[in-house]
Design a protein around this ligand. Structure first.
Ligand SMILES: Nc1ncnc2c1ncn2[C@@H]1O[C@H](COP(=O)(O)OP(=O)(O)O)[C@@H](O)[C@H]1O
Ligand SMILES: [Mg+2]
Length: 386
């Protein structure tokens, strides 16, 4: 899975850009505020149907414009080319197209274009709440286990109904949902346990390449380990009625990582935590490839230039072994370029929303003569996909 071409229209400070990407390394440089993260955000948006900087659409669309369009031609692991397009507008319904056909759900985009992001917010995976770790596990399962997305949706639908009944204090309705919730919840928890068992040795193996620590893990499935979920739900009924929500189940799961008997967050330095986060995310790409043959795209925002030479080499060598497409941003990526020089690597430079590949301008700045009514602008340009 890789992106062959990427077109961006009126997205953040990028008026228009057309990038032909390397299937391996793509290094994007530029000063602070130039538009580097916006390029990664555009890829992330194409792969998730939403941004990593929040769910509100307006800030993504270029100031004074009403819509944004992102397009890509991707190459699948069967070597087929497929066109993808997403249009989001402040004044009309958005649209997603895959291979020219309108598609209803962003989940189809995600299935076609698995992408993993590493940026400053990735610290949440270790220092944020349990939801971040559940998301990490669920990302892997969505891509690896075909039935998981349906299971997840069904579970959350039933949970919503049970919670609504709890809020009303309707205990007889609450208990009507218990059997379904327990059945779906047990299955979800088992999938998560299997995924964690499988991925943890990979994570530890990668982490060992960065430093001498190894960590253990503890998966809390979200209810007492000795009890079936149905029993746990029944025992928690009076508490749940009091709280107004369901207090047990896989929606409360967490994953603890420890060194000795201490949580990793209390032992490792910030730099070491970063290596651990990289290990956790890189392992997901390796497992995805092992289990499905799919390669995910890595979006590395502001690759830590403060990393020492040894760790930069480790990172580059892990990425090389994975042979995935990587988009890396940084103010100065000369050190990284030297490590990837023997592989197909493309350099892009961004200045005030204008993207250049080598010496060629491949985007048009916001002062472009094409400005005007966005409908007139975007229509002919994007006619083939949207
Ligand atoms: N909706 C928008 N329209 C136009 N410019 C925007 C919009 N949202 C953010 N910007 C600007 O886009 C620029 C690019 O930001 P970013 O991609 O984060 O830069 P970098 O990663 O290179 O530091 C910033 O200068 C920001 O002020
Ligand atoms: Mg940035």
């Amino acid at each position: 899975m890789s992106i062959k071409t990427l077109s961006i229209y009126t997205f953040r400070n990028i008026s228009e850009a057309h990038l032909t990407l390397s299937p391996f390394f793509n290094l994007i440089t530029g000063e602070n505020g130039a538009g580097k993260s916006s390029i990664l955000e555009a890829v992330y948006f194409l792969s998730h149907g939403r941004s990593f900087r929040g769910s509100i659409l307006e800030p993504l669309i270029q100031f004074k414009q009403q819509k944004t369009i992102l397009q890509a031609v991707i190459i699948t692991n069967m070597d087929n080319e497929i066109s993808l397009g997403v249009m989001k507008s402040l004044v009309e319904d958005g649209q997603i197209k895959i291979g020219g056909d309108v598609c209803r759900s962003a989940a189809e985009l995600a299935a076609l274009l698995p992408a993993l992001l590493l940026n400053a917010d990735s610290f949440d995976l270790l220092t944020g709440g349990p939801a971040f770790r559940r998301q990490w596990v669920d990302w892997g399962l969505f891509h690896v286990e075909q039935s998981y997305a349906d299971l997840w949706r069904q579970y959350n639908r039933v949970l919503k109904q049970r919670n609504a009944a709890l809020k009303k204090g309707a205990s007889s309705i609450v208990t009507c949902w218990d059997a379904d919730l327990a059945h779906l919840g047990e299955k979800m928890a088992q999938h998560r346990a299997d995924y964690i068992e499988e991925i943890m040795p990979l994570c530890n193996g990668l982490f060992a390449r960065f430093c001498d620590f190894s960590f253990s893990f503890q998966y809390d499935r979200g209810w007492a380990s000795a009890l079936p979920l149905l029993d746990s739900l029944q025992r928690a009924l009076s508490r749940d009625l009091h709280l107004g929500y369901t207090s047990v189940g896989p929606h409360r799961a967490d994953l603890g990582l420890r060194i000795g008997d201490k949580p990793v967050q209390t032992i490792l330095s910030r730099g070491q935590l970063k290596w651990l986060i990289y290990s956790l995310k890189l392992a997901q790409g390796i497992l995805l490839k092992q289990q499905t043959g799919k390669r995910c795209i890595y979006l590395l925002d502001d690759v830590p230039s403060e990393w020492d030479e040894r760790r930069q080499k480790v990172l580059a060598s892990i990425l090389r072994d994975m042979a995935s497409q990587v988009l890396i941003t940084g103010i100065d990526l000369a050190y990284f370029q030297a490590l990837t020089a023997d592989l197909p690597t493309k350099m892009f430079h961004v200045e005030q929303g204008v993207v250049k590949e080598g010496d060629h301008v491949i985007s048009i700045s916001s002062e472009s003569p094409m400005q005007g009514d966005p409908k007139n602008r975007i229509g002919p340009l994007c006619g083939s996909i949207l």
